[in-house]
Design a protein around this ligand. Sequence first.
Ligand SMILES: [Zn+2]
Ligand SMILES: [Zn+2]
Length: 345
Amino acid sequence: MKALVYLGPGQKGLDERPMPRLAAATDAVVKISRTTICGTDLHILKGDVATCAPGRILGHEGVGVVSETGAGVTVFKTGDRVLISCISSCGKCEYCRRGMYSHCTTGGWILGNTIDGTQAEYVRIPHADTSLYKIPDGADEEALVMLSDILPTGFECGVLNGKVKPGDAVAIVGAGPIGLATLLTAQFYSPAQLILIDLDDSRLKVAKRFGATATINAGDGKAAAAVLALTEGRGVDAAIEAVGTPATFVLCEDIVAPGGTIANIGVHGTKADLHLEKLWSQNISITTRLVDTVSTPMLLKTVQAKKIDPRLLITHHFKLDDILAAYEVFGHAADSKALKVIIEA
Ligand SMILES: [Zn+2]
Ligand SMILES: [Zn+2]
């Protein structure tokens, strides 16, 4: 089968690989119909993710059809259309029993990281019963690809951890796919202000369309002052970091109101300063989280009920044969204006 393979820092290829086989009774093999590329895949390609070894098939998002199940799989059968969660969970270990699937002792984020992923014609899914979701009849499969990772990530790490409430002032730093997924799902809670901060005016324009009440281009270095001006000098109740750089994290420290929360979503590769000399007395909380995907069933219902439309995040379409071109487009988002790219297998 064809698969996108990580070959070491800066190197990837569309290679011919053997079909995945069941390795445990609880595994299923899924024939991929649609997958996508995540910012995390770009981090891997830069060499930032030490757990992902050269030779790995990338990808942790997608939808497909079950083609084979192990003897221990009871919920799914061959032919079922399924959504693949970016997090694999056994459902039984101590972390899974606490709903913290991201830290499953035999799962977590393994797809396209420590085991082969979804940017291929087929993928092996461990713990299939608790890591796949049935796609409801009539559902828009393309839209559901956004439920593998980015919608639960924005919602759980940003909105839930940021404790977004009705009437809140919320700032989201970063208007990429994750920031925009956070913007979409924050609106479940009717915050009064949803301020989007980015360096790219075209992304900020998209944010406006998605429901941002104000946008700030941080290019002039005065984003914090602009947020304070929008909030009567108070700052925001939730400062949500969706970039993953020291500067954007420090910006969140500068704009969080007394009693507020800094909710980190970004993948950080280097240390960021924590200004406790300013924050020690401000009653703030700082949260971090790897998405658990516990909210996936709820998000599926909101998409089915058209409360949110994740299709808005899809800007480009490619065939698996053209996945290298898809990486080019996704990797140069400032020029291509790409948000999420759908890859059809
Ligand atoms: Zn991802
Ligand atoms: Zn587990």
